[in-house]
Design a protein around this ligand. Structure first.
Ligand code: KGT
Length: 288
């Protein structure tokens, strides 16, 4: 069964970003993909002051509604992380990973647990304070059965907290999805290493859709959307080809996607041959 990850450059134009994503859904479905995962902040990337105005409720927002309609029309599952307007505070959002079924229904949502609050020195550094605009989630929902296997849902910076993935793996995940928008400082040294480590230690596929390129004059992301197999190897990687800035808003086909065949028998074989879960000494280190 084919899964795919997308790589786009979202801007502050929600309508254009939705068009980029529906184009990817259409094109992936035409290639026989059963689950397409799209990046974090696929709905928009904008200055923090713009987040309250641009965030939408999941049930009625333009962006998620368009993706649900296209998922249904194309008959494939779609995952994506968006800014979900918080009902309890109009100025804040949740950073929510949404899994949409091939009938267009929202099957599961996960609100990002770990927010990116960092003050980094040097070129490509700077202060990022996601908690200014975003409320952290409080739950880690169970993995979801899809046509490609059981999918555990996390997002971006969560990648640095292996316990979250281990918890999903313990609850049956075959695949872990990390829709992301990695920074230019941390992308080159950390992105691939973290993704491969999560795949190896969980003996699971890792789906890593990514934002790429210049989103605004002050915001750039690393790209390198990829799929890692349960043996820890990269089995698909999008071209390192950021669109020109500013992106051409007439070009709705500017997004890229790459596919990989998900082999659940191989997942089982790897887990049987190296039975990490039976060998865990949880009683000693008392985590996950
Ligand atoms: O809300 C938005 O605008 C988009 N969201 C993001 O870009 C988020 C939070 S600012 N980015 C990350 O978590 C990158 C993590 C990262 O780069 C690392 O772990 O090194």
């Amino acid at each position: 069964m084919l899964a795919a990850v997308g790589q786009i450059c979202s801007t502050a134009n929600v309508t254009h970003n939705a068009n980029l994503c529906t184009s990817l859904i259409r094109r992936a479905a035409a290639q026989g993909v059963k689950l397409l995962y799209l990046p974090e902040a696929a709905d928009f990337i904008a200055d923090p002051e713009e987040v309250p105005r641009l965030s939408e409720p999941l049930e009625s927002g333009e962006f998620v509604t368009k993706l649900r309609e296209q998922a249904k029309k194309s008959g494939i599952w779609v995952g994506v992380t968006v800014h979900e307007k918080a009902k309890e505070d109009a100025n804040k959002c949740y950073n929510t990973n949404v899994l949409i079924g091939d009938n267009g229904d929202i099957v599961q949502t996960y609100r990002k647990l770990h927010l990116l609050d960092v003050a980094q020195s040097g070129a490509n550094g700077g202060i990022m304070q996601e908690s200014k605009t975003t409320i952290a989630g409080k739950e880690l929902p169970d993995p979801v059965s899809t046509p490609v296997g059981k999918v555990g849902m996390l997002t971006c910076y969560d990648l640095r907290f292996p316990e979250a993935a281990l918890s999903l793996r313990r609850r049956g995940a075959d695949i872990i999805a990390y829709p992301s928008a990695f920074t230019m400082k941390t992308g080159p040294p950390h992105w691939e290493a973290l993704l491969r480590a999560r795949a190896i230690e969980n003996q699971a596929y890792v789906l890593a859709p990514a934002q790429i390129g210049e989103h605004s004059p002050s915001r750039q992301t690393y790209g390198h959307a990829m799929i890692i197999d349960p043996w820890g190897q990269i089995c698909a990687q999008a071209a390192d080809r950021p669109p020109k800035f500013p992106p051409d808003e007439k070009d709705v086909d500017a997004g890229l996607f790459v596919t990989a065949d998900i082999d659940l028998d191989w997942v089982q074989e790897i887990r049987q041959e190296m039975p990490l879960w039976e060998q865990r000494r949880g009683e000693v280190y008392n985590i996950a």
